[in-house]
Write a protein that binds this ligand. Structure first.
Ligand SMILES: [Zn+2]
Ligand SMILES: [Zn+2]
Length: 347
């Protein structure tokens, strides 16, 4: 076994990641060591780099969409062995508190996130608790397994939180890495009656259409709420999900929710939003729902859905970079060079 490994670490907020050599972590009795094959770059990584969301320590290895092969298991670990193909659930939780024991480990009081609070996946290897890995069937490529760790699973969690059900009119506001998966899941798995994708990029809207959007609305062509009012003959949406996180997009997404509807906020940004309690929320009996992360059980469900080809992730990874070029990968995502869905570090 190698003693040292290559990693990409954030040393200072606002600076590029640096390629370092550090010791390969030693596994504890309940841990596994994963030989990382694919590691997705998420918009959150850009937020951590820029200080929009705080990280737990510096320097830190970012990266929370991870898939690879088990190369060492701790003494007490059962159920996985060397050579198993796995993807990683990034939520480290205590397993015992009220939230953990009721299947909401994303709200655990001892919550830690891999790639934010503890070292993540922009590395050759990672040590994680054994209960954070899920086996990946041979039919699912590592790069798809990696993005199931955030882009796909958080979209899935958001639709579940929004209680999207058969026949609902669903507006997906922002169809980037997460939103485009919400489009596909809403139309193919949750049984939405009408899925309306909203974005400023025609390239993204085109892909959303291919993956199941019934209607697309480009925000550059006028007020999207007015357009959605026309499409729905005045009813607006049963559920709107916002995946961008800017003040103006969240506020506009709220305008797209109809009477008795639900507003699901997923996008993270630095600005506060302003809503009028009566006009916006009370009079419509609108529900405002927050979404944070996802559950391990949802990743297991997604592995079934992708493994059985009910969900197709073959359009989802648009760019691949080696570990040394992770900063270039982040730039591709940030500046939207070449219309990226997901950029993945592959090794
Ligand atoms: Zn993420
Ligand atoms: Zn807990």
């Amino acid at each position: 076994m190698k003693e040292m490994m290559k990693v990409a670490r954030l040393h200072r907020i606002g600076e590029e990641l640096r390629i370092n050599r550090v010791q390969v972590p030693k596994v504890g009795a309940d841990d596994v060591l994963v030989d990382i094959k694919a590691s997705g770059i998420c918009h959150s990584d850009i937020n951590y780099r820029d200080g929009v969301s705080p990280v737990g320590k510096l320097p830190i290895i970012l990266g929370h969409e991870i898939a690879g092969e088990i190369m060492e298991v701790g003494g007490r670990v059962e159920g996985v062995e060397n050579g198993d193909r796995v993807c990683v659930h990034y939520v480290i939780s205590c397993g015992n508190c009220l939230f953990c024991s009721t299947g909401r480990e994303n709200l655990c009081g001892k919550y830690q996130m891999i790639g934010k609070d503890v070292d993540g996946g922009f590395a050759e290897y990672i040590k994680v608790p054994a209960r954070n890995v899920l086996k990946l069937p041979e039919t699912i490529p590592f790069e798809q397994g990696a993005i199931m760790g955030c882009a796909v699973s958080t979209a899935f969690h958001a639709l579940r939180r929004g209680r999207v059900s058969v026949g609902d009119t669903v507006v997906i506001y922002g169809v980037g890495g997460l939103g485009v998966h919400a489009v596909q899941l809403a139309s193919k798995i949750f049984g939405a009656g009408k899925v309306i994708a909203v974005d400023v990029s025609n390239g993204k809207l085109k892909l959303a259409e291919k993956l199941g959007a019934d209607e697309v609305v480009n925000t550059a062509e006028g007020d999207p709420a007015e357009r959605i009012k026309e499409i729905t003959r005045g009813r607006l949406a049963d559920v709107t999900l916002e995946f961008i996180g800017l003040r103006k997009t969240i506020e506009k997404a709220i305008d797209c929710v109809g009477k008795g509807g639900r507003m699901v906020i997923v996008g993270i940004g630095p600005e506060d939003i302003r809503v009028s309690p009566y006009g916006t929320i009370i009079a419509k009996e609108m529900e405002l729902i927050g979404v944070n992360d996802h559950l391990k059980s949802e990743m297991a469900q997604l592995i079934e859905l992708v493994g059985s080809e009910k969900i197709d992730l073959s359009n989802s990874v648009t760019h691949r970079v080696p570990l040394e070029d992770v900063n270039r990968g982040m730039e591709i995502l940030e500046r939207k060079i070449g219309n990226p869905v997901r950029v993945v570090v592959v090794q």
